[in-house]
Design a binder for this molecule. Structure first.
Ligand SMILES: C[S@@+](CC[C@H](N)C(=O)[O-])C[C@H]1O[C@@H](n2cnc3c(N)ncnc32)[C@H](O)[C@@H]1O
Length: 264
């Protein structure tokens, strides 16, 4: 294993270039046009959204544009500073670890007595939870914040994604853009923890550490945290479109989209 910096420390270093590094990710398409309509099939009602691991706030615009009220939280002060610079007082931001999420709703001043209709953990947040028990701790916090008929949505990376991003050495695409993204794993195994080192233009070198969680492990953690899994959809991109399809195929899809609701 490379040095054991935390995800928060890694993201403090990554923050200055995060938006530029991820500029190809289209959140209006992904969240606005694909995920929110998918959640609508499960009865999503507009209200307060809690974006856990919100980072620089890439998910905020599609929500705000559709009339959602947004609270974001993240463990990295550097990422939150970027979000604050972009969104000012239009969202509320909280510096907290996803595994120690207190009940922000319904009693605190943040949401004026209402609960969250939607909790999101988007773009690999769950994969950054790498220790046994981390999923249960994070999902218990989600449960504490979700209204009875609310929904939580999150993605997890597939084996295909780990093979392409963490076990194939240096990324030529990133090199062309001035960064050295270097996957450090030799092999890909279900349930393993993976590392990649990032350095280059405008970014202090750091290590990204992610764990592959199997759908079974995710569902077990949801259930033991008082959440009921509603759907697990394979996600892939084709011709600039985002396609969701069941059943999941870890060798075809790059992500799995999980949707759950409180069990009672
Ligand atoms: C790939 S970024 C995604 C950010 C944002 N959700 C997006 O879609 O752009 C992962 C985020 O998860 C946050 N994160 C990772 N582990 C965390 C933890 N234990 N608690 C809180 N935030 C965490 C990082 O700080 C980072 O902002």
């Amino acid at each position: 294993m490379a040095d054991r910096e935390s995800a928060q420390e890694a993201y403090d270093r990554f923050a200055p270039v995060y938006d530029e590094f991820n500029s190809a990710n289209n959140y209006e398409l992904w969240l606005g046009e694909v995920l929110l309509p998918e959640l609508g099939k499960h009865g999503l009602r507009r209200g307060w959204a809690l974006d856990v691991g919100c980072g620089t706030g890439r998910a905020f615009d599609p929500l705000l544009d559709r009339g959602w009220k947004v609270v974001g939280c993240d463990g990295s002060a550097g990422m939150l500073a970027q979000a604050r610079e972009k969104f000012g007082e239009r969202v509320q931001l909280i510096h907290t670890d996803a595994r120690e999420l207190d009940a922000i709703a319904p009693s605190s001043e943040h949401v004026g007595g209402e609960s969250f209709q939607l909790v999101l953990l988007l773009n690999e947040v769950v994969n950054y939870l790498t220790e046994d028990g981390d999923l249960e701790r994070a999902f218990a916090g989600v449960r504490r914040n979700l209204s009875k008929d609310g929904l939580v949505v999150f993605d997890t990376n597939t084996l295909l994604w780990f093979r392409e991003s963490f076990a194939s050495g240096k990324s030529e695409e990133m090199s062309a853009r001035g960064w050295d993204w270097h996957g450090l794993n030799q092999t890909v195994e279900r349930g393993a923890t993976y590392e990649a080192r990032l350095s280059g233009q405008g970014v202090e070198q750091h290590v990204h550490r992610q764990r592959h969680w199997t759908p079974g492990q995710v569902d077990a953690a949801l259930e033991s945290s008082g959440l009921r899994p509603l759907a697990a959809l394979g996600q892939r991109e084709e011709n600039w479109q985002v396609i969701l399809e069941e059943p999941v195929d870890e060798e075809r899809d790059s992500k799995i989209i999980h949707i759950a609701t409180p069990a009672s």
